[in-house]
Design a protein. Structure first.
Length: 187
C-alpha cells in the first residue's frame, strides 16, 4: 500500500472515529494516528489570549482559527494546530501556533517542528506554559535536504514576539501550568 493510500485510509477511519473521553480526534503523521489528551483549561485560555491578540492586527481577509484541520495528502500528514492564521485563498496557514501540553511536549517541539515546514507552513510559534517560554520558527529552507525552519528564536514570557507579518504577541500575561501538572523538576 502506498503512503498516499495509507493516508486516505486513515482519513476515512478518522471520519468514523469517536475519540474516547479525555482525548482529541487523531492527527495523522508517518502512517499512524497520533492521539493526544484533551487540552486543560489553562491551555485553552492561552490559545484564546493569543488569538485575541492577533485578530485585531490581521489584514482584511485573514483570520485566526482554533483547531483547524490542516492536511497534506502528498506528505500523508494531517495536523490540527491549536491556532492558525490564514486567508480564504491560502492553501496552507500563514502561521501555526501550538500551546505545549504537559503530557506531550515532544509533539510540538519535535514532530510538528518537522511536519509544519514540510507542509509549507512558513511561520510556527510554540508557547510553553510549562516553563514560561515561547519559541518562534520561520523561513522554510532545505539546508539538510528536507524542509526545515532555518530561523529559531526562544525567549521567556514577558518578551513580545513579532511573528509572520509583524503581528505582535505579548507573552507577559499568559498563564503558566501549576508545577503539579508538569514534569519539570520541583523548585
Amino acid at each position: 500500500m502506498t503512503e498516499r493510500a495509507v493516508y486516505h485510509r486513515l482519513r476515512e477511519l478518522r471520519e468514523r472515529f469517536t475519540p474516547p473521553p479525555g482525548f482529541t480526534y487523531p492527527e495523522i503523521s508517518d502512517g499512524m494516528f497520533v492521539m493526544t489528551m484533551s487540552p486543560c483549561r489553562r491551555h485553552e485560555v492561552t490559545v484564546a489570549d493569543v488569538r485575541d491578540q492577533l485578530v485585531p492586527q490581521l489584514p482584511d481577509g485573514a483570520g485566526a482559527f482554533e483547531a483547524t484541520v490542516t492536511g497534506d495528502e502528498v506528505l500523508g500528514k494531517l495536523r490540527v494546530p491549536d491556532l492558525v492564521v490564514t486567508t480564504g485563498e491560502a492553501t496552507v496557514p500563514l502561521l501555526a501556533v501550538e500551546v505545549v501540553s504537559p503530557s506531550n511536549p515532544g509533539t510540538d517541539y519535535e514532530d510538528k517542528s518537522r511536519d509544519y515546514p514540510a507542509m509549507g507552513i512558513p511561520h510556527y510559534l510554540i508557547v510553553d506554559p510549562r516553563d514560561g517560554t515561547w519559541t518562534y520558527q520561520w523561513q522554510v529552507g532545505k539546508r539538510r535536504g528536507s524542509p526545515e525552519y532555518e530561523n529559531r528564536l526562544r525567549r521567556p514570557y514577558g518578551n513580545t514576539v513579532a511573528v509572520a507579518g509583524g503581528w505582535k504577541v505579548q507573552t507577559g500575561g499568559l498563564p503558566l501550568y501549576p508545577r503539579t501538572d508538569v514534569t519539570l523538576a520541583p523548585e
